[in-house]
Design a protein. Structure first.
Length: 173
């Protein structure tokens, strides 16, 4: 797929591999699932398509009380796209959700998506006070431990080591 058509990748093969392993859709999936009906997303999710399941659950946030838990559980399994969508939703719902959105985005960063830091402030829409930031950092640490515990509970072992997102620096400036 052409880099311009992939909303999450710079086009480097290692980054695309990392994105695939961490739940991010490719450009075709993003386009198809953005336009899909709820029934189509349900059908694809039941067939084992984790991207469809993540996008379905993100669409159900605020309506389905279990959607947030399913996104967090997906995050525990390494689906950083699920954490990204949940963080974005929290940031957009109301100002009170901004510290929680910050905390969730920090967890995605701690779990390997360093590019989250590049767009966090823009996504949040408001700056956190120093106290809010400290509380959100503490919440991020707590949430990261919670996701690790979910993984251990399900698999009986610690989560695999964090694999950092390959990030290509353009030195041609």
């Amino acid at each position: 797929m052409d880099t311009a058509q992939d909303p999450f990748s710079t086009g480097h093969p290692e980054e695309r591999r990392w994105l695939d392993q961490h739940g991010f859709p490719n450009g075709a999936q993003w386009t198809r699932y953005q336009q899909a009906s709820d029934a189509e997303l349900d059908q694809a999710a039941r067939a084992g398509d984790t991207v469809a399941a993540t996008m379905r659950d993100a669409r159900r946030l605020g309506v389905d009380p279990k959607a947030e838990s399913r996104l967090l559980a997906a995050g525990a399994e390494g689906d950083l796209f699920a954490l990204s969508l949940l963080s974005s939703w929290k940031a957009g719902t109301h100002a009170a959700g901004i510290p929680e959105a910050y905390a969730i985005s920090r967890v995605a960063e701690m779990r390997g998506d360093l590019t989250t830091a590049l767009h966090r402030e823009m996504m949040l829409g408001a700056r956190l006070s120093g106290e809010q930031r400290l509380l959100a950092e503490a919440e991020a640490l707590h949430l990261n431990l919670h996701l690790n515990a979910l993984y251990r509970q399900k698999h009986g072992v610690d989560p695999p080591p964090v694999e950092m997102r390959p990030y290509q620096v353009d030195d041609a400036r």
